[in-house]
Structures are given as structure tokens and as C-alpha cells.
Write a protein that binds this ligand. Structure first.
Ligand SMILES: O=C(O)c1ccccc1NCC(=O)[C@H](O)[C@H](O)COP(=O)(O)O
Length: 249
């Protein structure tokens, strides 16, 4: 099971979102929240609600996503990421809706269709993840534009130098460097140090960050980090987050 398989499974049986979307909400800026954390002396961490994963299986049963989001907010997160993919990550759109807590909320999924952008806005997302390798240049630029149409700043994920070029030409201001290999799913944090100097926007290092020391290392190259599994596995996710946020700079 790799990124391509998950994408394929997400596409199968996909029913475009038909709900009416009223643009009555101004999304919260994730970039603004990352910068504010830095100014306040916190390590900018986007804390992820991730019940399961293809590599780890069940990580944590999340009965109350609202309470988990609030715990993350209380312990210094600069944003909340919510996995909404159901089959491999145990996520849902309802979790996204419930995670609204005053911090920017990122919808983490395998997004390929513009209707998923509308759906994300309708369920309360402030940002959406777009994985560069699954689009051609034009397609990615269109999805970035569509996200901005709803006031959401997309987080464009890159895995290699080619993705970086594509992401740059999409016009995004916010990049995620994913340390997990798309095919083998193995994590290599040195990817952050290799790709970050090629990017001029706001950068988030994602995947495989387990300790305050690793967080400190990736924050030498990036503006923020996205952490899921290490928080989910910990008996007290809030405590684990606090140690990262206040011990990683
Ligand atoms: O987490 C996985 O096993 C995984 C497998 C296949 C595709 C994507 C996967 N993860 C998505 C993510 O990007 C992570 O949830 C996110 O970066 C947080 O990573 P971590 O802190 O290692 O849970």
C-alpha cells in the first residue's frame, strides 16, 4: 500500500460533493498562525488527528475529535491537521467539522477533484493538502486557485525536486516537505534539509518527527512541523505536544 494505491482507492466510487456552499466564513490563516507561534517563542507544530495509518495500523481511537483539538490548542499547537480519509486512516469529514477550535484546521486527505475543495470549506477547513505529484502543472495551479477562491491557503506537499518546481509554478505560498517516501513509505528526515533550500515560501516539514530533538533539527530548515503518529501513540497527547512546542526551539 503506497500513496498511489491510496489515491486510486480514494478515486474509486468517488461521488462529487453537491451540497450548497455559502461563502459566509473567512478561513483562519495557517501561515499567520505559524508566524505568530514563532513570535511568541513556541515551536510551530501542526498537531494531527490521525486515528490510524497504513504503516502503523490503529494509532488511537478518537471518540471526541473536538476534545482532542482543544487539548492540542491548550498545549501550544499552531494548527490542527485532520485526516479525513476513512479506509486507511480512520478519518471522516465529521471529525474535520468537530475539530474547529479557533486554530486553523488543515484537511489532510488525498484530494484530486475541485469538489473536494468546496467540500473542505463546507466542513470548516482553513487549509487543504494538495500532493504535487498527483497533478500536472496546470492541474495543481487550478486547485491552488480554487482553494484561494474559498479563502483557504493550500499546503502543497512535495517529495522530490521535480515536485518543488511544480509547486513553485502553482503559485502556492505554503509548502509541506514530506519525509515519507511515496513508494516505500520509509521516512528519511534528511529530505527536509535537502529540499528546503530550494523553496522560498513558508515551509512545513511533515512525517516521521518523533522527538523534540528531531523537531529542533527540521526547524533549522523549515518554519513549522506537522506531527501525527508521535502524538497519537503517546498516553497523553497534550503532554507530548507541549514537550515538542516548548522544548523544540
Ligand atoms: O502515515 C502513513 O503511514 C502514511 C502512509 C501513506 C501515505 C500517507 C501517510 N501519512 C500521511 C502523512 O502525511 C502524515 O500523516 C503526516 O505527515 C504526519 O506524519 P507522522 O507524524 O509520521 O504521523
Amino acid at each position: 500500500m503506497n500513496f498511489t494505491d491510496i489515491f486510486q482507492s480514494r478515486k474509486e466510487g468517488y461521488v462529487p460533493f453537491e451540497g450548497e456552499v455559502i461563502r459566509d466564513r473567512k478561513p483562519i490563516s495557517l501561515i499567520g498562525s505559524i508566524k505568530m507561534a514563532r513570535r511568541e517563542g513556541r515551536s510551530p507544530v501542526i498537531a494531527e488527528i490521525k486515528p490510524a495509518s497504513p504503516t502503523a495500523g490503529l494509532l488511537r481511537r478518537i471518540d471526541d475529535p473536538a476534545a482532542m483539538a482543544y487539548t492540542f490548542k491548550q498545549n501550544g499547537a499552531c494548527g490542527i491537521s485532520v485526516l479525513t480519509e476513512p479506509k486507511y486512516f480512520g478519518g471522516s469529514l465529521e471529525s474535520l467539522r468537530k475539530a474547529k477550535c479557533g486554530l486553523p484546521v488543515l484537511r489532510k486527505d488525498f484530494i484530486f477533484h475541485p469538489s473536494q475543495i468546496r467540500e473542505s470549506y463546507a466542513y470548516g477547513a482553513d487549509s487543504v493538502l494538495l500532493i504535487a505529484s498527483f497533478f500536472d502543472e496546470d492541474g495543481l495551479a487550478k486547485m491552488v486557485k480554487e482553494s484561494r477562491h474559498y479563502g483557504m491557503e493550500p499546503l502543497v506537499e512535495v517529495h522530490c525536486e521535480g515536485d518543488v518546481e511544480k509547486a513553485k509554478s502553482s503559485g502556492t505560498a505554503l509548502y509541506a516537505i514530506n519525509n515519507r517516501d511515496k513508494d516505500t513509505l520509509k521516512v528519511d528526515l534528511s529530505r527536509t534539509g535537502r529540499l528546503a533550500p530550494l523553496i522560498r515560501g513558508v515551509k512545513v516539514s511533515a512525517s516521521g518527527i518523533e522527538t523534540p530533538e528531531q523537531l529542533k533539527t527540521v526547524l533549522e530548515y523549515c518554519d513549522a512541523a506537522l506531527i501525527g503518529s508521535a502524538l497519537m501513540r503517546h498516553p497523553e497527547p497534550g503532554k507530548a505536544l507541549r514537550a515538542m512546542v516548548y522544548g523544540g526551539l
